[in-house]
Write a protein that binds this ligand. Structure first.
Ligand SMILES: Cc1ncc(COP(=O)(O)O)c(C=O)c1O
Length: 306
C-alpha cells in the first residue's frame, strides 16, 4: 500500500501531500546527502502523544552536524512541526519521518552549494516486523554483509546514504526467507539488525552491544535498558561473538519501527524454546503499557499533542 497522508510539513509550511515535490537533480537523490529520523506518535488513553520526540530531534541535529548539512530548524521547531502535521492530518497515531536533505543546484559530490530542504511527514504505519512477529518472534539470519567500519561511515548518525548497507542486509535476509538480518561489525562481533538494535539474554543477564560495535545509538534501545533496570534485571553492554546468538535463551530487537520484537530463531536454530521468552515479554509489556498510556510515564517519554 502506498504510504501517504493528506498533508505534509515542508520547509516550514503545511502543504497538500501531492504538492511536496523535488527536482530529479536533487543532490540527496544522487549521493544520499540527507539526515532523517523515524518517530512514533502513539494513541494513548489521553490522546495522541509523540514518543521521545526531543531525543529523536536531538539525534537529527547530530546527524546533520556529521553530514555537514546545516539544519534550518531547532528541536522545538521540529516538535511543533510534528504537532502541526499530525493535527492537520487528523491522526490519532502515526509514524513521523523528518528528513533534512540537500536539494537542487549543482552535482559536485561536495553538496554544500545546494539548498537545504526539510520535510516532516506523518503517515500511518503498523508493526514493522509484523503483528504476529511481536507475539511469536521473527526468524533471522546473520547477514553476509558487515556493518560499516568505524572509519568509513558514521554509524551513530542516521544519514541517508548509509542505509544502502541496511538495504543489503534486509534484502538478502528476505530473499533467503528470513524476516531480518543481523549484521556483524567489521571485526566479526554482533552489531545490529538493518533497522534495529539487538539484545541477547543468557541465564537472566541481558546483553547489548556497545556503541563501538558500529551500532546506531537507538532511542528504543535506551528505553529497553531503562525498563530492564526498572524491572531489576542485570544489563550489560558487551562486545559479543556471533556464537552468543546461538547460546541465547532469548533475543529481541528494538527500534522505533520494530518497537520490541522477539527473535525466535537465528540461522534456523531456535532461540531458547523457539518462542517469545519471559523476560522479553515483561519488557515488551512495560514498553507497550507506557506508550499506550496504561502505565505511568515515569520517565517523561511522551509529549501530548493537544
Ligand atoms: C540501523 C538502525 N539501528 C537501530 C535503529 C533503532 O533506533 P531507534 O530505536 O532510535 O529507532 C534504527 C532505527 O532508527 C536503525 O536504522
Amino acid at each position: 500500500m502506498t504510504m501517504r497522508a493528506d498533508y505534509i510539513w515542508m520547509n516550514g509550511k503545511i502543504i497538500p501531500w501531492d504538492e511536496a515535490r523535488v527536482h530529479v537533480f536533487t543532490h540527496a537523490l544522487h549521493y544520499g546527502s540527507s539526515a532523517f529520523e523515524g518517530i512514533r506518535v502513539y494513541e494513548t488513553t489521553n490522546g495522541p502523544a509523540i514518543f521521545r520526540g526531543s531525543e529523536h530531534y536531538e539525534r537529527l541535529l547530530y546527524s546533520c552536524k556529521v553530514a555537514r548539512i546545516p539544519s534550518p530548524f531547532t528541536v522545538d521547531e521540529y516538535l511543533q512541526a510534528t504537532i502541526d502535521v499530525v493535527k492537520a492530518n487528523n491522526q490519532r497515531s502515526a509514524y513521523i519521518r523528518p528528513l533534512v536533505f540537500r536539494g537542487y543546484n549543482t552535482l559536485g559530490v561536495d553538496g554544500r552549494g545546494c539548498p537545504v530542504e526539510v520535510i516532516v511527514a506523518s503517515v500511518p504505519w503498523g508493526a514493522y516486523l509484523g503483528k504476529e512477529g511481536l507475539e511469536n518472534g521473527v526468524d533471522v539470519q546473520v547477514s553476509s554483509w558487515r556493518r560499516m567500519a568505524p572509519d568509513t561511515l558514521s554509524a551513530l548518525a542516521k544519514i541517508g546514504g548509509q542505509y544502502v548497507n541496511s538495504q543489503n542486509v534486509v534484502m538478502e535476509a528476505r530473499d533467503n526467507g528470513f524476516t531480518e538480518g543481523i549484521a556483524l561489525d567489521v571485526n566479526g562481533y554482533v552489531s545490529e539488525g538493518s533497522g534495529e538494535n539487538i539484545f541477547v539474554i543468557i541465564k537472566g543477564v541481558i546483553y547489548t552491544p556497545p556503541l563501538g560495535n558500529s551500532i546506531l545509538g537507538g532511542i528504543t534501545r535506551n528505553c529497553a535498558v531503562t525498563i530492564a533496570e526498572d524491572l531489576g534485571y542485570p544489563i550489560k553492554e558487551l562486545t559479543m561473538p556471533r556464537e552468543m546468538l546461538y547460546m541465547a535463551d532469548e533475543i529481541f530487537f528494538t527500534g522505533t519501527a520494530a518497537e520490541i520484537t522477539p527473535v525466535r530463531s537465528v540461522d534456523r536454530m531456535p532461540v531458547g524454546e523457539g518462542k517469545r521468552g519471559p523476560i522479553t515479554q515483561q519488557i515488551q509489556a512495560r514498553f507497550f503499557g507506557i506508550v499506550e498510556g496504561e502505565l505511568a510515564d515515569d520517565h517523561g517519554w511522551l509529549t501530548p499533542i493537544v
